[in-house]
Write a protein that binds this ligand. Structure first.
Ligand SMILES: CC(=O)SCCNC(=O)CCNC(=O)[C@H](O)C(C)(C)COP(=O)(O)OP(=O)(O)OC[C@H]1O[C@@H](n2cnc3c(N)ncnc32)[C@H](O)[C@@H]1OP(=O)(O)O
Ligand SMILES: N[C@@H](CCO)C(=O)O
Length: 363
């Protein structure tokens, strides 16, 4: 094996990171579920509030597919004084996922073996690998107890936290998520990755950083967006009305979402993180999905959006049937899966009492 450089990677993000973003560098190699070894890695993270002397007032929010550590940008209604995540009370932390493109190690950062961006050579990562990296940072910070909140992919990672590091997990809030990535979700995400691969600019993932396969990535986002929202909303909002650019207004809307996404996300990261979701099955190597869930004794709040087509309420009902210590709430929403980002008042109404009831600290 060649000597490994320990310089800070030069390329972190397609958009500027918030000035308060911190970078933590692990020099310990990470053995990945794929069998590959990540020689070292960095995690970008942000925090709000103060860790108390017992180090037990931490709340970890794990973001979804295209999120970042900048929780105040993507869930502003939930974070702040008097809100469910209250920095005057809690130490709130959010970590950019490994393989993403908002500061943590991923396809845009430098491969320490050759000092060039990893691009397609960045290894495949599993949901369990995400927990291994996050828990290394949490242990580095000396945190003793965590209440974990995860929407979507974040909820998958939260579940694995409880299975891999139960001693650190005090409670879980699992939003619009699932115990195992379904056949339908796997099929949908493969079509999205195929859209990227079919773009001639993709070049097997080794495109110049400034010339990513924008048509393929935009199409992947358009395909994904159909599953993030729902039929009722699309009918009410767009109906069959003609668009300004295309024959139907709904098509203009999807194109707009695709074009916006290309400006902020990276195609190789998209591939690695959607593959990461495919790895998710809490039952893998543990007898069965049901058996794994039954070992999670911490208090769990499971939240569903009734119009979620991606992780339909039946999948959270399954969680509720097999988690031993659980409350299950269903939020009525016309916004589908993305309702977790939009129905913030309804999320807050359920989240606040649950978080307060599972506090371990006195101040
Ligand atoms: C949770 C995590 O971990 S992080 C990742 C979360 N963030 C994202 O997913 C970012 C992508 N954004 C979104 O998905 C959405 O904006 C949400 C979910 C955050 C909010 O949803 P909504 O408030 O319903 O926004 P909506 O879906 O209507 O999108 C509005 C955009 O569509 C555009 N739009 C609306 N109708 C049309 C139309 N007919 N034609 C073209 N564009 C249209 C608007 O102009 C607006 O554009 P802008 O965002 O550039 O200002
Ligand atoms: N809009 C969300 C949906 C995935 O859960 C995202 O882009 O991360």
């Amino acid at each position: 094996m060649e000597a490994i450089a320990t310089t800070t990677p030069l390329i972190h993000s397609r958009v500027p990171l918030h000035q308060d973003t911190q970078l933590w560098h692990s020099h310990a190699p990470l053995a990945l579920d794929s069998g590959e070894l990540l020689p070292e890695y960095e995690l970008a993270w942000r925090c709000w509030g103060k860790l108390n002397s017992k180090r037990d007032n931490a709340v970890l929010v794990v973001h979804a597919l295209s999120g970042s550590a900048d929780l105040e940008a993507w869930w502003p209604e939930l974070l702040g004084a008097g809100k469910p995540l209250d920095p005057e009370h809690d130490f709130v932390i959010c970590i950019n996922l490994l393989g993403s493109c908002y500061g943590s190690s991923g396809p845009l950062t430098l491969n320490p073996y050759n000092h060039r961006p990893w691009r397609s050579a960045f290894p495949r990562i599993s949901v369990r690998d995400q927990v291994r990296t996050q828990s290394a940072l949490i242990e580095h910070l000396g945190i003793q107890q965590l209440r974990i909140i995860g929407p979507s992919l974040g909820g998958m990672i939260a579940l694995e936290w409880a299975l891999l590091k139960p001693e650190l997990v005090h409670s879980l809030t699992l939003i619009a998520t699932t115990a195992a990535h379904s056949a339908q979700a796997i099929a949908n995400s493969e079509c999205q990755r195929a859209a990227i691969r079919l773009d001639p600019s993709f070049n097997n993932g080794d495109y110049p950083i400034e010339q990513q396969p924008q048509h393929g990535l935009a199409l992947a986002r358009r395909l994904a967006f159909i599953g993030y929202r729902c039929s009722e909303e699309f009918s009410e909002r767009f109906g069959r009305v003609g668009g300004q650019q295309q024959s139907f207004s709904v098509l203009d809307y999807l194109s707009h979402q695709g074009e916006k996404f290309v400006r902020r996300f990276d195609a190789n990261s998209y591939i690695r993180l959607t593959e990461c979701m495919n790895s998710h099955d809490v039952g893998r190597g543990r007898g069965s999905t049901e058996a794994a869930l039954q070992t999670i004794s911490q208090p769990c709040l499971v939240l569903s959006l009734d119009s979620d087509q991606l992780y339909p309420p039946a999948e959270q009902q399954f969680l509720a049937e097999h988690l031993p210590n659980v409350q299950h709430r269903v939020i009525r929403s016309r916004y589908g899966h993305d309702g977790f980002l939009i129905e913030t008042e309804a999320v807050a109404a359920v989240l606040t009492p649950f978080l307060r009831s599972t506090e371990t600290h006195s101040t």
